[in-house]
Design a binder for this molecule. Sequence first.
Ligand SMILES: [Fe+2]
Ligand SMILES: [Fe+2]
Length: 235
Amino acid sequence: MDTRVDEIAPNIYRFSTFRPQAGIVFNQFLIDADEPLLFHTGQKWLFPHLHDAMKRVMDPARLRWITFGHYEADESGAMNDWLGVAPDAVIAHGTIGVRTSIADQADREPRALKDGEVFELGGKRVRYIYTPHVPHGWDAGLIYEETTKTLFTSDLFTRVGDDGPFTESDIVGPALAMEDHGHATALTPATAPTIRKLADLPIDTLALMHAPTFRGDGKKALHDLANEYAQRLIG
Ligand SMILES: [Fe+2]
Ligand SMILES: [Fe+2]
């Protein structure tokens, strides 16, 4: 299993593993700072590979925060494995997610985050944004790193295949093809407005979980995706 490591913004690292059985890549992101933060834990099967990959960047025992978009195996499955190797690490997730699942499932007491809450990592600042049911799950939320203007979109813009670490080309078309095939997004009246609200952020980089990191016009991509979802909701 080959896990690729790329620095997508200063001291922000993307770990990417292509899983042929699934046909997609699984990406996790490390924000290296005084208090390093991992966004997405990977599944349990991925943990040993991801742990080895992280050692190429830093000692995994330094991890201080473990976060994810929503409670699902690729986002949060290995959370307790990470707690096991990082003695000072704390799982931080939205309040709803902590109440519904994480407080029960995590081996250590988690921190519950409010919508818009900012936490200082020492050199990096992460804002938690609650996005219920976007892309799916009542507990769904995203993070935004303010100093690098990086939005971590979780499953938004998921595509088939491994197209490398970076792209400036269209990310909406491949995502819609995947959506029409897999129906992974919870389409509700709130889907498009929630995505449009994300586009209000200053964005230099979109860090996508199952696609290359996007360095093009992130605001336009978010608006285009929102418009397409709004269209699909009408039918
Ligand atoms: Fe998901
Ligand atoms: Fe995912």
